[in-house]
Design a protein around this ligand. Structure first.
Ligand code: ATP
Length: 273
């Protein structure tokens, strides 16, 4: 994921144009943009604006990108934190970081808080995790629930969380008034991979033989992050060969490397089992 830590609430320059494919998710997420931009439309009718939205999808499908695009489109500050950052914290630190983050976001409202990898703090309570004391994880999770319940629905802060493990989430997170909406991001289809290639080919200097259709065809199962990776790797390969433009064969070589990397990774995983 791209966002590590951004507690300063910087404005995001990402827009929906940077997010290729994901048509259905975009439509749902646009509603969130409208909540931030035009809250009166909803509040004047007595509606409560949702506080939390859960983005669910496999790694690299653009969850962080989408959250940044919401902030960019609504032109509001973006505060982010990753659940995995809490893994090695001392007792109480996670909870106070969560409290701080919400405080800052409320001061800068309307704003977005993005919590990446929420499953690392939001696992069903009482489940052991080898990496971390449960006490710390649970106190962070409890603080998060307290914060979510503690601000009114119309304060202008919307919390977007991301996970690729919806199956392990503590159901308390998904109750009404918390992350009660889920938006699913899927791995891209061939047509969508082509669109994602378009986005990431744009900054490159390309040889005329680069064929987007073939690139999309030959990358089944790849995520948006994998495609971004191929494009950059291809440019590095071409540069190393002192070429003046990136050629189709450079993309093929980059693709083979990335496929090789994935196979090694899955071999390591299966060797462990
Ligand atoms: P993780 O679950 O690993 O945190 P993620 O779903 O948050 O992953 P991102 O971090 O948003 O994925 O994606 C990584 C990068 O991959 C993005 O910054 C972008 O360059 C590229 N990418 C992913 N999805 C798309 C997409 N739909 N369109 C364009 N680029 C994409």
């Amino acid at each position: 994921s791209t966002a590590k830590i951004s507690e300063k609430g910087t404005k995001s320059s990402v827009t929906f144009e940077d997010v290729a494919g994901l048509q259905e998710a975009k439509v749902e997420v646009m509603e969130v943009v409208d909540f931030l931009k035009n809250p009166e439309t909803y509040t004047q009718l007595g509606a409560k604006i949702p506080k939390g939205v859960m983005l669910v999808g496999p790694p690299g499908t653009g969850k962080t990108l989408m959250a940044r695009a919401v902030a960019g489109e609504a032109d509001v500050p973006f505060f982010s934190i990753s659940g995995s950052e809490f893994v090695e914290m001392f007792i109480g630190v996670g909870a106070s970081r969560v409290r701080d983050l919400f405080k800052k976001a409320k001061e800068k409202s309307p704003s977005i808080i993005f919590i990446d990898e929420i499953d690392s703090v939001g696992r069903t309570r009482g489940q052991a995790n080898v990496h971390q004391s449960n006490d710390e994880r649970e106190s962070t999770l409890n603080q998060l629930l307290t914060e979510l319940d503690g601000f009114g629905p119309n304060t202008g802060v919307i919390v977007i969380a991301a996970t690729n493990r919806p199956d392990v989430l503590d159901q308390a997170l998904l109750r009404p008034g918390r992350f009660d909406r889920s938006i699913h991001l899927e791995l891209p289809t061939k047509a969508e991979r082509k669109e994602i290639f378009e986005v990431h080919l744009k900054p490159l200097k390309l040889a005329p033989n680069v064929d987007r259709e073939v690139l999309a065809q030959l990358s089944p199962g790849f995520s948006g992050a994998d495609i971004a990776n191929i494009c950059n790797e291809a440019a590095l390969i071409a540069a190393r060969k002192k070429k003046s433009a990136v050629e189709q064969e450079d993309f093929m070589e980059a693709r083979d490397r990335i496929v090789g990397g994935m196979e090694r990774k899955s071999k390591i995983i299966s060797d462990k089992e």
